[in-house]
Design a protein around this ligand. Structure first.
Ligand SMILES: O=C(O)CCC(=O)C(=O)O
Length: 305
């Protein structure tokens, strides 16, 4: 495995916003998302202020391949290069940056359709902000959601989207967090690379549906968590039966033993999870698969990643 700087892991609180009221009007979607970020970070009575807040996949537009090019924004972020929010062409990036800064909270800004001004291609992109409002990393959905289950669901993101080509994680003062978007969770390789790169938590903004959600939503998260002995979570939009796409909801956080530690229902909600590094240590000490890997039999999947 590549030598990576050991990342800090200390107890912290994660909040998932299972956002509702996502409609055709982008300005309304952004306004509501902003309100919910403030709500999630305000004193909750039963809970302390979260260290990081997460929005769902495609939170600023209706979900569907016909909508992506219409709602797409030019973000213009290049990894490792300074990014000037004030001159960003993306109104969603500006809103998310302001909200992270005003609430002094890390923010995983779900995903938005992005049109790369350089190649004209459209991506499904997650942007992440630190508490100063700086855009620190982006993740473009790597695996496009192209499925066809006759009589149930047909979806073809590749009609309008291009897949990303990189794995992505970021460091905070409390954990190293790996990123994926929705369908990306079906690919254990991506999760394993992030875990082998030292991520403690894998976060997937996602929007499963009423066909695959009941069978696979929880199972995939618990599977990725147990395989890698890391925390895993998916943040969904709320279910809206009047929308063109019916999201499964059930935003969820799973611990490194595969136990569900927080779960939303179907409607709009904010869920909180306290992540304890000891739970990861206990899982790894008790069932030491992370030390029993046989890289003499198979290659380390993270090599060269
Ligand atoms: O994998 C699934 O069943 C759903 C994936 C999905 O909805 C997405 O990638 O947006």
């Amino acid at each position: 495995m590549m030598a990576l700087r050991q990342a800090v892991f200390r107890p912290f609180t994660l909040a998932f916003i299972q956002l509702g009221q996502i409609g055709a009007n982008k300005a309304d979607n952004l306004k509501h998302a902003r309100e919910m970020i403030f709500k999630a970070t305000s004193a909750q009575g039963h809970h302390k202020k979260p260290d990081i807040v997460v929005l769902p996949e495609c939170f600023n537009s209706p979900y569907g391949h016909v909508h992506f090019p219409v709602y797409a924004e030019d973000i213009g972020f290049t990894s490792g290069k300074p990014y000037d929010i004030a001159s960003s062409a993306s109104e969603s990036v500006k809103m998310l940056s302001d909200a992270a800064k005003e609430t002094s909270t890390w923010l995983i800004g779900g995903s938005i359709p992005e049109r790369d001004g350089r190649d004209g291609k459209v991506y499904n992109t997650c942007t992440v902000y630190n508490p100063k409002g700086e855009l620190v990393v982006t993740h473009r959905k790597v695996h496009l959601f192209d499925i066809d289950i006759p009589g149930k669901i047909t979806f073809k993101e590749s009609e309008t989207l291009t897949g990303g080509t990189t794995t992505n994680y970021f460091d905070t003062e409390f954990a190293r967090i790996g990123l994926g978007i929705c369908y990306d969770i079906r690919f254990p390789e991506l999760a394993m690379i992030s875990a082998r790169q030292g991520c403690h938590v894998l976060v997937y903004p996602g929007a499963f549906n009423l066909t695959t959600g009941p069978l696979h939503w929880e199972m995939l998260q618990r599977g990725r968590a147990v395989d890698n002995q890391v925390f895993v979570g998916m943040c969904s939009p709320a279910r809206d039966m009047s929308a063109g796409y019916h999201a499964w909801g059930h935003s969820m956080v799973v611990d490194p033993m595969g136990k569900v530690i927080a779960e939303a229902g179907e409607g709009e909600d904010v869920i909180y999870a306290d992540l304890d590094p000891q739970a990861m240590q206990d899982a790894r000490d008790g069932i030491p698969v992370t030390k029993q890997r046989r890289f003499d039999v198979y290659r380390d999947i993270a090599e060269g990643a």
